[in-house]
Design a protein around this ligand. Structure first.
Ligand SMILES: Cc1cc2nc3c(=O)[nH]c(=O)nc-3n(C[C@H](O)[C@H](O)[C@H](O)COP(=O)(O)O)c2cc1C
Length: 342
């Protein structure tokens, strides 16, 4: 699997998720089997590039290659500049966000709203490709199946994007109108795959190794992308890899391993976000990891009162040690993926 000239480790991708897939989480996904992980979206608004939030999003220190940065916006020239800016700061691949349902950029709806305005969408694609081509940086596109059920234009847009120089397209099998409701469908993803010769990535509701195999078969996609099911369960990538390789389900991870991964993740998370923000934003990752586990809910409530890194790590370690005494391997799979919060 390649994106332009860049070879990837495998065909299992972590989806970009604002507020979730920061560098520490991407690193963890890559360590546990993801071949590729895209950053959270970075705005094309220049005045925000030096803000703490955006500069943390653009932090790639020590990240395993390839470094892929997603940009979002509605103005072609600004998107071209944003691409160049991020390439200068280490991006090896630029991804254009046309898949996110509700993100306001420059007081206009960006992301998947662009699918309604194909002319503007293409103008943006052309500007970003023009900024990246001289730097030998491939540009990819993430989109939905269309605007609404009666306007599924993913195939037309993917073809036009390919002609404009896009190197890969990822398709979430829902329309913009659907938000995260209903089920993802894969017929449109399959139609996109048949229509273009660049790699196509299938995304939406892939939450188990079996589902991964089904989606590969249904779409003929070159890769699959997993978002919510990786929250609190980043080892899903290696479980899928094992299943696709052997046809057998992997053993659940040992509680001691999950504890070690989580504690390492927390350390990395605090280093990026600092103590005040880090302790608070880490709570969601801890909560996702405990989802569905006996006593997890009670611990979650307790943890919300902790506000130092040291105490958070200690509490997490003690909780997992107690769990390991009764169950050496992770007792149950976590519950359903959480809905998008934006
Ligand atoms: C919390 C959250 C944040 C997201 N942020 C982004 C984003 O910044 N850019 C984007 O293209 N998609 C974003 N998405 C959409 C995901 O990349 C993905 O397309 C969607 O969740 C469907 O995949 P899944 O069913 O595997 O979660 C986000 C989704 C979630 C749940």
């Amino acid at each position: 699997m390649r994106i332009g000239h860049i070879q990837l480790a495998n065909r299992l991708f972590a989806a970009p998720m604002a507020g979730v897939t920061d560098r520490p989480f991407r690193q963890l996904c890559k360590r546990l089997g993801a071949g590729y992980a895209v950053s959270e979206m970075v705005t094309s608004r220049k005045d925000l590039w030096t803000s703490l939030k955006t500069s943390r999003r653009a932090d790639h220190e020590g990240e395993a290659a390839p470094i892929a940065v997603q940009i979002a916006g509605t103005d072609a020239a600004m998107m071209g500049e944003a691409a160049a800016y991020n390439v200068d700061r280490g991006a090896q691949i630029i991804d254009i966000n046309m898949g996110c349902p509700a993100k306001k950029v420059c007081n206009k709806w960006a992301g998947s709203a662009l699918m309604k305005d194909e002319a503007l969408a293409l103008e943006i694609v052309e500007a970003v490709v023009a900024a990246c081509a001289p730097r030998n940086v491939p540009v990819t596109l993430k989109m939905r199946t269309g605007w609404c059920a009666s306007e599924k234009n993913a195939v037309r847009l993917a073809r036009a994007a390919e002609s404009a120089g896009i190197a890969m397209v990822a398709v979430h099998g829902r329309t913009r109108e659907q938000g995260y409701g209903g089920d993802a469908e894969y017929d449109t993803v399959a139609a996109v795959k048949r229509a273009v010769s660049i790699p196509v990535v299938a995304n939406g509701d892939i939450d188990s190794p079996q589902k991964a195999r089904t989606v590969f078969a249904a779409t003929g996609a070159d890769a699959i992308m997993i978002g919510r099911a990786a929250q609190g369960r980043p080892w899903i990538f290696r479980e899928i890899a094992h299943f696709l390789d052997t046809g057998e389900e992997a053993e659940p991870p040992r509680v001691a391993d999950v504890k070690a991964w989580l504690i390492e993740h927390l350390g990395d998370h605090y280093r990026l976000h600092g103590e005040f923000t880090g302790v608070r934003s880490a709570r969601k990752h801890i909560g996702w990891t405990l989802r569905g586990l006996p006593g997890g809910e009670a611990f979650r409530a307790e943890m919300n009162a902790i506000d130092s890194c040291e105490a958070q790590i200690e509490a997490v370690a003690a909780w997992f040690d107690a769990l390991a005494e009764s169950a050496p391997t992770m007792p149950t799979a976590p519950g359903a993926p959480t809905a998008a919060t934006h």
